[in-house]
Every structure is written in C-alpha cells, then in structure tokens.
Design a protein around this ligand. Structure first.
Ligand code: PHE
Ligand code: ZN
Length: 888
C-alpha cells in the first residue's frame, strides 16, 4: 500500500544524528506570496554518528542556494529527493548556508509558515520547520537561534520570535526589521515567528527569585477586551509551577499570541506560545464557564511545557508522551489546585476520567490502538492522541499515587537535575522516579509498551467469624494490533471498605510491611501479578468495598455490585469519585438493559427498576450538602458514546432512544425538584467564572435541560425567558440548546437572533454551528444546508470542527442513519478536507475507525465509504494511515 511514499517509521530504528547543529541564524523577508528565508547553520560532527553525510529535511520549499563554508555547491555535490537534502563528505565542522523560498499564502495545511487573516504565523511541531527551510528536523538536534525578521511596516507593525528582542528599526522603503535571540538551546519544533497587525495586553510580573518578567497576550485589534482571563491564568500558572515544583520562568519575556486558524489547541514555542483563539479570548458575553476553564487549563499546559518539553525535550517523536502525558498531568493538577476544595478537585477528576473513558478507551480498543510510547507510525501527526496525552497523564499520575506527592516531587527534581538541556526518553523519566525513591519500577515500563485498557476483576469473601475480608484482584488485557499477548501491569488500586453505617472501616492489611498503612480509610494496593489476594483483618461487620478510589489506574474495574450496594455507595462513599461512579454504574446498567431490549424496535424497554434509580437521583438532586458542581455531574447520565463503548454491538439509535427515554422519566418524576433546583441556583450579577458560580450555573442548566425533556409550554417559557434575559454566554447558549432540542415555538427566532447578535464573534458563530450540528433533529440534509450558510468554510479548522465534527462525532443517532447517508457525507468531507488540510482531514477520518463494532447493517454501509476514501487520488499519508488501519 503506497509504501514507497509513506514508509512506516519504527522506534527501534532510532539512530543518533551524524551532525549536531550549534547555532541557527535566520533572515526572513516576509511576503505572503513569496517569502525568502536565508539560514546559516554551524554544524559539528557527532562522534556517535555513523556517517559523514549531513541529512536535512525539506518539504514544499524551493531550494534557491546552498553553500558550505562560503562555497556554493553544484547540483552534483548533494542529493535532493524524497523530502531530503543529503550532503556527503562533510567536514567535521562547517557553516552551512541555505536559501529557500516559500509561499505562505498558499499554505492551507497550517504547518510551517502560513497566513491567517492577513498576519503571519508558524507551526513547527512536529515536522513543520522543514516547510520553512532545510534542516535536521528532529527533536534531538538542539541549537541556539538568532532570527531577523523583515517586513512591510504598515501591514506588519509587530514582528515576534522566540527569546529576547535584541534590536529593531526601519529599513527605508516602508519596511522595518526586528532581531530576536533565544538564549536557550531548542529543537526546531519549538521555533516560532509571528508578524502582523496585532495589539497586546502586557504586564510586569515579579518572579519568586525577584526578577521581573514581561508578560504579553497578543490579539487582533478589537479583541483587547477578551485577554484578561488568559493573562490571569498565565500569572497563576507561573506561581503554581514555582510553588508546586520549584520551577521558575527562565526568560525575561513571555508571550502568548492568539490565531484564528490553528490545527490544534495551542503550541508551546519557547517564549512565544501560539494559541487557537478558542483558548485565549474570553469575556462573559462570548465565553461559557467551560471556555473559561479550558483557557486556564491550556494556558497552564503550554506554560508548563517550558520545563516539561522545552528545557527537557524528547529524543524522538515516539517519546511524545514524555512531554505531553507529563504536561497534561501538570495542567490537571494545576486546575484542581485552582479550585482548591476537595469536592472541586473531585469534580475535575471526574471530568478528566470522563474524557479518558469516552475517547481513550475506544481508541485503545480500535484499529489505531497504540502504546503510550508507540512503536511505529506512518504520520506522526496522527499520534497526537488521547492515548499519548490523557492515558499518558494517567501513567504519570500513577507514579504520584505509588510514590506519594513528595516522592513524585523528588523524582521530578532528579529528572531536571539529570536532564536539563537534553533530549531524552520515557525510560529516563521512569529511571528518575525510581532512583529518587529507591524503588524498582521495572514492571511499570509495561504501561509504556503495552496498548489496550487492562481489566481488573474483583472478588470478595467475608468471614464473619474470623472477621477477615478477602479481596482477590485479577488482571487481563485484550489483544491490540501487533500485540496479541500482554504481561501483567503494575497497577495501584486504591481501596476502602465502607461499613454498614456508611463510614470507612479502619484498614488492617494482612502482612503489610509498613505500620503506617494500618488504620487508614484508604490504602493503595499494588497489583503486579495476574491474580492476587489481599486480606484485611479485624473487619467486624460485612463491608461494601470501594474500589479504585479517585480512579487510581486507567483500567476497567469489574465487580458485581447489587443495585442496593451501588445506591448505598452513591449516598455514603467517603471518596467523592466513587460516589459519582456508583451512580454512573447504576445508570449505565439500566440504560444498557434498556438499549438492548429495545434494539430494532421503536419503543424503549422495560422500566421495572427505574424506581430505584429515580430514588437515588432524587436523593442526590435534593442533597444540598453536596456542591452543585458535583450534583450536576452525578445527575448527568453516561453519554451515548460511553454507553456504546460498553456494548458488544452498537446500535446508535437504540442507545439514543434509551437515554432520551430515561431522561424523560427522570424529568417527569422529579419535575418539582428540578424546578426548585433551577430556581435555587441562580447566580448573581456580575458574572464570575469561579468554580462555585460555574457549578451553580451548571446544575441550574442541567435542571433546565431535564425540564425541557417534558417539551411542554412551561418548559418552553422557562428556556425562552432564560434566553431573553441571559447576562452571560453560559446561560444564553444553554437556553438556546434547550430550545433547539425541543419543539418550542420560539426556537427558530432564537437561533436567528443569536446569529445576528454574535455574527462578528467567530468563536460564538462556531457555537451556533456546533449546537445545530449536535441537535437531535439535525440530519445530514440539515447539515448540508448549514454548510451553504455564508459563514461556513472548511478552510478554518474551528469552523469545520464546529459543524462537521460535531455532527459526525457528537450526533451519533443522526450520523449513523440506517440509510448510510451520514457515511456518504463523511467520505465527501474527508476527501474535501484532505485537499485543504491533511491533519484536520485525518482527524475526521477517525470517526469511522471503529466501524466493526456496529450492527451488520451499518457496517455494510460504512465499508464502502471507507473504501471510497482509501482509493482517493492524492490522499495524504495522514488520511491514508487512518483508513488503511481501519480496513485492515
Ligand atoms: N504541543 C502542543 C501541545 O500539546 C500540541 C500541538 C501539536 C500543537 C502539534 C500544534 C501541533 O500543547
Ligand atoms: Zn502539550
């Protein structure tokens, strides 16, 4: 299969570079149609290298000139082809001059140098630098950069790059220049430049060591009223990293720039972070509580990369999780600490686990399953995955669970002491954790090498005479592509035993080596064998086990709880995560029964034990001792995709019907409680995005959405009134969604009003498309109609995602229409996007990768759609890799 142009790259084939690069000097003459780039490298032979050929990568660049030590090379002196420029017989040390020409305006891939709304931006991770110049574009080649930018002064008054501004001035002829120098060694993927008509909010910020740093948030004119939250988040991030990890900002200047066209969330370029506008711009009028929380998390994430990613980087791209898993863990902890309360931390944990289960578990069970540290790839862009990021974060979290917070900190300190300034591997990180704590973490390596979600099965035996409680845990892991058999993992299982009075029983683990794990309510058991039994002594009454507290490992836990036991844990477990978990198990059990009993038929199934569930929900809804944010999470039913993942064969319509019908029952039975909750959780003006207020709004809007399931005049009025009077985007968009998913008479007018009101706010127009893409009544025809709206374009990734992705991934009942129309639509859009932006196209291609899980009727319609994409001419290797693996 096209192996000539898209070879598979293997981790085991790593060879160190033949030459290191010590310095990089670049000069850019910026012009959207044709930009010239002059690059001077000083290179030095690597004693560990194997050849004297200098290998440079280049893609979509024209080579204008090439010189070694000032001597121009003739075309016979080097080899050019297959994206490589190879110069044989190099001296041990040399200065290499490369001149290239590129066309930023034509660059729709948004990798390398491109133009967005008239301004210049770069994106170099993972392999975008080679679209700017020829270079050893691999993360283990680290160099010091000096960058000269020249451009028209009127059109591009602002010229930014990494590090410090050394010099700026006029050139005459209406052009000006800026010279930037980055004092730190860095890999090419962290290079960045920005040039354009931008303005900034800036602030001096005192660091812990007494230095002042200049912080800037750059945006287009007209968005300066939306930068405060990003700035606050940046300051909080800097403080947090100082306090929690003793890590300081190492630059005098730290910049964040917002760009409307961006493939991903944001990018940690040294000193010059470039962000998708979605993760910078906020004010109460345009941003929801979720947007505010996401901005804080992403600003934190990119800032934390400065140490975990930039100061210590990856040896090769197989080690991506070294920086991403670790940095996601850090941003999750940061967000949790910003909320502060125990209940708030639990809510953050629940949200993170929800993402893991909804997105990563399916990935780990499908054709793209790969270990946290992959063994091979065709296109590295396809491996910026939930496995590398979110499961990677869970793996890092397990070190902390096993070693304790202080032990984890010792490991981090040793990691930086050993590796600052280096490009290293996941093994190096694990070694630092082990060595700093004198622990053997050999078996822990399997979390990096084995794909698939482990299953942990629990069985218990209580002896009422001996007063012992035995817990037997067995683990297994299903086969994944290229990995038939798995070896046991090292799994931390946090356990508590809940007594009949609802309190934790003090734990006395039989044969426990350390006295200090006796008598606590929770202990972390270490499951390392395929099957292990743990015995607790002095258990005088039969307990209910609370297992995998705070989700202590990324596994699927199987235990046969009775409905009553779940309801009991839901009401009493001291671990808030497991309280929530018990409710979700109860609801899932119910919904799955409903979905399978109604498969094929048009009606929902048996509702015999709805009473039990209703009672449990009633209790939670009215338990005002629980934080609103927690109640909201507990009252939200497992999503359709989460339910789908738990079924052998997926029938999306049956799942949808089951979930909607249960929502209606809960709406009806608890109507007065929802209404009371709705009124009790209004928030005062002015709007504040803090976690407490956001939690109240979240619960209130959940109540509204349940009430709107009743689809009666009273509910319509409530939603309409909230829409009309909303003082912030959270309430406004929630009301609009409630209206749109009902038969309210005012829904068309509300949609129109919303569009007119926010027409000039791209991020809000995205919400408008998204809400419709996911609306229950939106079918393929409706999506096609929305695509004809003047505001729609496939070229802008946010816009494409807001409609196409939200429909294909967020509206399963409609996307999987029995006639296959959704699949034909999907194929069309993948093919269209492939010609514009392969990365975005490949993401969309993934919507059908798990086609073998669906009913035979749906599979029969999915296969031709996949095949149609696979045989498309000029298919990018990004998309090709996905559909090939799906069809294999
Ligand atoms: N490294 C970025 C992050 O996780 C993600 C990214 C990858 C952005 C590739 C752009 C391109 O913060
Ligand atoms: Zn990252």
């Amino acid at each position: 299969m096209r192996t000539d142009t898209s070879p598979t790259i293997y981790r085991h084939d790593y060879v160190p570079p033949a030459y290191w690069v010590e310095t990089v000097e670049m000069g850019f003459d910026l012009d959207p149609a044709l930009t010239r780039v002059a690059t001077r490298l000083t290179v030095r032979r690597n004693p560990e290298g194997r050849t004297n050929t200098l290998v440079l990568c280049g893609e979509s660049v024209e080579l204008v000139q090439l010189q070694i030590n000032g001597k121009r090379l003739a075309s016979g002196d080097y080899q050019l082809g297959n994206g490589l420029l190879q110069i044989p017989n190099m001296p041990d040390q040399a200065s290499v001059d490369i001149e290239t020409a590129i066309q930023p305006e034509q660059n729709t891939s948004l990798m390398g140098l491109y133009v967005s709304n008239g301004n210049f931006f770069t994106q170099c991770e993972a392999e975008g630098f080679r679209k700017i110049t020829y270079f050893p574009d691999r993360p283990d080649v680290m160099a010091k950069y000096k960058v000269m930018l020249r451009a028209d002064k009127k059109k591009y008054p602002v010229l930014l790059s990494n590090g410090n501004l050394i010099e700026e001035g006029d050139l005459g002829d209406g052009r000006h220049y800026a010279l930037w120098e980055d004092p730190f060694n860095k890999p090419s993927y962290l290079f960045a430049l920005v040039a354009g008509n931008l303005v900034c909010q800036e602030e001096k910020f005192r660091l812990e060591d007494g230095r002042d740093a200049l912080l800037q948030v750059w945006v287009e004119e007209g968005n300066l009223d939306k930068t405060q939250h990003a700035m606050d988040s940046l300051k909080n991030s800097i403080r947090w990293d100082e306090e929690r990890f003793g890590l300081e900002l190492d630059l005098d200047r730290f910049m964040i720039v917002a760009v409307g066209d961006f493939n991903m969330g944001a990018m940690e370029n040294k000193g010059l972070n470039i962000f998708n506008t979605k993760f910078v711009l906020a004010n109460p009028r345009i941003a929801t509580d979720t947007d505010y929380a996401n901005i804080e998390a992403v600003v934190g994430h990119e800032y934390f990369h400065n140490w975990t990613g930039n100061r210590v980087t990856c040896r090769d791209w197989f080690q991506l999780s070294l920086k991403e898993g670790l940095t996601v863990f850090r941003d999750q902890e940061f967000s949790a600490d910003m909320i502060g309360t125990a209940s708030g931390r639990a809510c953050k944990r629940i949200e993170d686990v929800r993402v893991l289960r909804q997105a990563q578990f399916p990935e780990d069970a499908g054709p793209m399953a790969h270990p946290v540290r992959p063994d091979s790839y065709v296109e590295i862009n396809n491996f910026y995955t939930v496995t590398v990021y979110e499961k990677g974060s869970e793996v890092v979290r397990m070190y902390q669970t096993l070693l304790g917070r202080e032990g984890f900190r010792r490991g981090m300190d040793l990691y930086f002491a050993r590796h600052d300034g280096q490009a290293v591997t996941c093994d190096d990180f694990r070694a630092a954790m082990a060595d700093a704590n004198d622990r053997d973490l050999t078996q822990f390596e399997r979390w990096y090498s084995q794909a698939g979600t482990p299953r942990v099965k629990a069985e218990t035996r209580y002896d009422s005479e001996a007063h012992t409680f035995e817990l037997t845990l067995s683990q297994s892991c299903p086969p994944t592509p290229d990995q038939e058999r798995k070896l046991p993992f090292h799994i931390p299982v946090a356990v508590g035993l809940v007594g009949p009075n609802g309190h934790d029983i003090p734990l006395h683990l039989d044969g426990a080596p350390q006295e200090n794990i006796h008598g606590q309510g929770t202990i972390v058991l270490e499951l390392t064998q395929a099957r292990q039994t743990f015995r607790f002594n002095r258990v005088t009454e039969k307990p209910i086990p609370s297992l995998l507290r705070d989700f202590s490992a990324p596994v699927i836990l199987e235990f046969e709880y009775s409905d009553d036991e779940l309801a009991f844990l839901m009401a009493h477990d001291s671990d808030p995560f497991n309280r929530w978990e018990a409710g979700q198990r109860l609801a899932s059990r119910h919904l799955l029964a409903l979905a399978t009993s109604s498969q094929g038929s048009g009606t929902s199934g048996d509702t015999a034990d709805e009473a039990g569930l209703g009672q449990a929900f009633h209790k939670t809804l009215n338990d005002t001792s629980l934080e609103p944010a927690f109640r909201e999470l507990a009252l939200t039913l497992p999503s359709e995709s989460l339910l789908a993942d738990q079924l052998e064969v997926i029938d999306p319509q049956a799942i949808h019907r089951a979930r909607v019908s249960l929502r209606k029952v809960l709406a009806e039975n608890l109507r007065e409680d929802w209404l009371a909750t709705y009124h009790a959780n209004q928030t005062p003006e002015p709007y504040s995005p803090d976690a407490r207020s956001a939690g109240r709004r979240g619960l209130k809007n959940t109540a509204l959405s349940y009430l709107c399931e009743l689809d009666d005049a009273a509910a319509h009025e409530l939603a309409q009134e909230q829409y009309d009077n909303a003082g912030n985007m959270t309430d406004r968009v929630a009301a609009l969604a409630a209206l749109v998913n009902s038969s309210a008479p005012g829904k068309a007018a509300a949609l129109e009003h919303f569009y007119t009101e926010f027409e000039r706010e791209a991020l809000v127009v995205d919400k408008w498309f998204m809400l419709q893409g996911m609306a229950r009544a939106t079918d393929v025809a409706a999506v096609r109609k929305l695509m004809r709206h003047p505001a729609f374009t496939l070229k802008n990734p946010n816009r494409a995602r807001s409609l196409i992705f939200s429909f294909c991934n967020g509206n399963p009942a409609q996307f999987h229409a029995p006639d296959g129309s959704g699949y034909a639509f999907w194929a069309e859009q993948v093919i269209a996007l492939n010609a514009i932006n392969p990365q975005v196209a490949a993401r969309l291609a993934r919507s059908l990768e798990r086609w073998r899980k669906y009913t035979p009727e749906l599979q029969a319609k999915m296969r031709p759609a996949l095949e149609q994409v696979a045989r498309t001419k000029k298919l990018s290797k990004d998309v090709l890799e996905i559909v090939t693996k799906a069809l294999e």
